[in-house]
Design a protein. Structure first.
Length: 269
């Protein structure tokens, strides 16, 4: 059975993990109608295209190549523009979804007429597999999701599902903090109907702090969050209280991240 959902998967030199990501979509208890793989000017573009072409049974799979690398925000925007379904969800090519992610999240979106939902993300499935345990069919606990929520949390784009007509494009001028900026823009809109699902439904295979990739540079992460808060404040998307809270929280978290990375480097992990 397929639901009215487009899955956007940006990929950059990730042909070695793309099949794993696609398998996690095909392994869903409720399948999406389409998957859009957007290659962000990769060196292994041909290999990724072959992998995407090997899928297709039961789900429409499209592969869209970009001529040059422009970053994940641009790749996601290409996928958003090409999508044809009522709802949108995002999956990075080196991450996976747990098998009931779509069934739970889409079910809530459709039955409650929601604009936006999020859930927790497990950054290293190899160490913590708790999110994949059976919940015996129980409904997940829910909590309020507002423009205050992302100020206290650091959830992944892999956890987001959005009503397409309410979607905004990612800010392509930002290489870090663009996902947080988008969440805040969506949630700050008057009347936004949103819920936080308190169950881990997606995960990755490395720490999000101090690991390789865009999230590896903690100084750049810090600068990205500060830039995002300033942009949101300038656009009127957040109140002065939210801005000050966001700045204060980030100033506390940044040295903690630096300390964690330093300790990990000394331990050789």
């Amino acid at each position: 059975m397929n639901c009215d959902l487009s899955v956007v998967i940006p990929t950059y030199n990730s042909s070695h993990t793309l099949a794993r990501a696609l398998d996690s979509v095909y392994g869903q208890s409720l399948l999406p109608r389409e998957i859009i793989v957007v290659d962000d000017g990769s060196d292994d573009k041909e290999q990724s295209a072959k992998i995407a072409a090997s899928y297709g049974d039961g789900i429409s799979v499209r592969f869209i190549p970009m001529e040059e690398n422009q970053g994940p925000s641009s790749a996601r925007n290409v996928g958003i523009a090409a999508s044809q379904c009522r709802y949108l969800a995002f999956l990075d090519s080196d991450d996976v979804w747990y098998k009931d992610k779509i069934a739970i999240q889409y079910g809530l979106m459709a039955t409650r007429n929601l604009d936006f939902t999020m859930h927790p993300y497990c950054d290293d499935i190899g160490l913590r597999r708790g999110g994949e345990k059976s919940e015996n069919g129980s409904s997940p606990p829910l909590s309020t999701l507002s423009s205050w929520t992302p100020l206290f949390r650091n959830d992944s784009t892999n956890s987001v599902m959005v009503l397409k007509e309410k979607m905004v494009f990612y800010d392509i001028s930002m290489r870090r903090g663009e996902d947080f900026t988008l969440y805040m823009e969506l949630l700050s809109r008057p009347g936004c109907r949103a819920v936080y699902i308190r169950r881990v439904l997606a995960g990755g295979f490395k720490s999000t702090i101090g690991a390789s990739g865009l999230s590896g540079d903690v100084q750049a992460m810090h600068a990205g969050r500060m830039l995002a808060l300033n942009k949101l404040n300038d656009r009127g998307c957040i109140s002065l209280s939210q801005y000050l809270l966001g700045i204060s929280t980030e100033m506390v978290k940044y040295p903690i991240r630096v300390l964690r990375v330093s300790r990990r480097a000394r331990s050789g992990k």
